[in-house]
Design a protein around this ligand. Structure first.
Ligand code: AMP
Ligand code: MG
Length: 489
């Protein structure tokens, strides 16, 4: 079986990683292969679906050309710095250059202990693996930058998470697994040369346009800030809550990474938190832009020695870059909100108009996704009845709807045109927590993957109505509501 590996990270200095092979498992069984992604990566899906393929995807055999490593990184977890985290339950098999010429990491997550495991077992349970598979692929289908899922296998072994659970391995694909925490690892050791080496690697890999420019490290910080600003705007526009925005879970490529206790909200609440470990709401929905900036500030600190020999100058330069975050986030977010509201032009009162809708939604706790999807159809038909029905007391909504319709009347687009545009940005289907829970329960308790396949198929076309799957668009019934999600490590 041939993987066209072209590894680059493994050529970096020894202290960037530990060489460690995945630990063989008892009886690997392929649960899911992402065939289109396999093809995009230049891999043969039919081969990956053989027993030999499953052994590779479970880490039982290492394919030719792989140079398995666990990457070193540090990170701020809930604001507290941990100088050494690293891949404690993941192994990077290697990199391939995909059909579009993009270098992609192929990583096994849950593949056994590494020198970074600390007290962990290096394993993953089936539930979190299925959750990450579903949510990351849903994000990709929504058009949001994300790591991808190539495969899920069960290992035939149990993992102990208080109770015994089936073990699983996820094959994760990313443009790289380099995190803000990777920079922090070297900065914390005052290893400026390693920071520079890492920065050069990141530039050549993710931001090749800035290589050879006058101030490449400043441009690198600017570029990472831009991607994060856009990414967080994307999250907010679909109601996504990452849940653990630690600096080790912040990718410098601007992809969403490390799906743990993440969730899409049902009822709109800017203070929404799902993660059981987020006691103080640090990573609440509406806090995410602020936290991203905090994380980027940590990255900027690592880069200071590359900016200027004069520390005060370096700090000034970093501050100037970080000042750019707010405007870039706001621009991306507001442009996205205008699209969600069906506005083709920009006008003075658009931001307050959007805010007034969110205020009404928050007061009535309407379903985030359903509100915008129904609004899209209402823009076409002129009939607001279905949206209105989401508000128990529609007074606030009625007032808002009048303002909205007056605003729409200033634009020449036809209702049909507007509806079509809105339906491309307001999904019908998101990975709802109660559906994910049902998928996990069926798989873990009954070895039944039909719900997984169904949910996955629905989420592949989030912007299309799927009349025979309309129930997947529905919010949870009160008794189905998921109030908490868990890291599941
Ligand atoms: P995460 O919460 O997945 O972002 O992981 C935070 C840190 O804990 C990383 O260094 C992980 O590699 C490590 N970790 C998480 N789960 C395990 C596990 N089961 N075994 C070993 N290390 C783990
Ligand atoms: Mg992590």
């Amino acid at each position: 079986m041939h993987f066209p590996f072209q590894n680059s990270y493994a050529t970096l200095p020894d202290n960037f990683f530990a060489r460690v092979a995945p630990t063989p498992v008892a009886a690997p069984r392929l649960i899911k292969l992402n065939r289109p992604l396999a093809e995009e990566l230049g891999l043969n899906p039919a081969e990956l679906e053989t027993p030999e393929g499953a052994e590779i995807l479970a880490g039982k055999t290492v394919p030719d050309g792989a140079e398995p490593i666990a990457m070193a990184y540090a990170g701020h977890q809930f604001g507290h710095f941990v100088p050494q985290l690293g891949d404690g339950r993941a192994v990077l098999l290697g990199e391939v250059v995909d059909r579009n010429g993009v270098r992609r990491d192929i990583q096994l997550k849950g593949s056994g202990p590494t020198p970074f495991s600390r007290r962990g077992d290096g394993r993953a349970a089936l539930g979190p693996v299925l959750r990450e598979y579903i949510v990351s692929e849903a994000m990709a289908a929504l058009g949001i930058p994300t790591t991808r899922s190539l495969a899920a296998v069960i290992t035939g072994e149990q993992v102990n998470r208080g109770i015994a659970l089936p073990g699983a391995v996820l094959t994760r694909v990313a443009t790289s697994h380099i995190r803000v925490g990777t920079f922090q690892y070297f900065a914390a050791r005052q290893d400026v040369e390693a920071v520079r080496r890492l920065a050069d690697h990141v530039i050549s890999r993710h931001y090749p346009d800035i290589a050879g420019t006058e101030r490449p490290y400043h441009a690198l910080l600017d570029a990472v800030i831009s991607r994060q600003a856009k990414l967080i705007a994307d999250w907010l526009l679909v109601g996504f809550i990452h849940g653990v925005m630690n600096t080790d879970n912040t990718s410098v490529s601007g992809e969403t990474i490390d799906y743990g206790p993440c969730a899409f909200m049902d009822a709109y609440d800017p203070k929404q938190v799902f993660s059981s470990i987020d006691e103080f709401g640090r990573y609440a929905f509406a806090n995410q832009p602020r936290i991203a900036l905090w994380n980027l500030t940590r990255l900027a600190e690592c880069l200071l020695p590359l900016f200027d020999a004069d520390k005060d100058q370096a700090i000034k330069q970093a501050e100037a870059a970080l000042d750019g975050f707010a405007a870039q986030f706001t621009d991306a977010h507001q442009a996205g909100l205008r699209r969600k509201l069906g506005l083709f032009t920009q006008a003075e009162g658009d931001q307050p108009l959007a805010q007034a809708l969110f205020d009404a939604m928050a007061a009535a706790k309407t379903d985030f996704t359903l509100t915008f999807r129904r609004l899209s159809d209402a823009a076409g038909s002129g009939d607001l009845g279905e949206v209105r029905a989401l508000f128990e007391d529609p007074t606030g909504f009625d007032e808002w709807a009048q303002r909205w319709q007056q605003r729409l009347a200033q634009e020449p687009q036809s209702p049909a045109e507007r509806r079509a545009a809105m339906r491309k940005v307001n999904p019908a289907f998101i990975p709802r927590n109660h559906r994910i829970e049902a998928v996990i329960t069926a798989a873990v308790e009954n070895d039944d993957y039909v719900p997984f396949e169904e949910l996955h198929a629905v989420l592949a076309k989030p912007y299309e109505d799927q009349p025979d799957r309309a129930d997947y668009a529905e919010p949870p019934q009160p008794e189905e509501r998921v109030l908490q999600t868990f890291c599941g490590t």
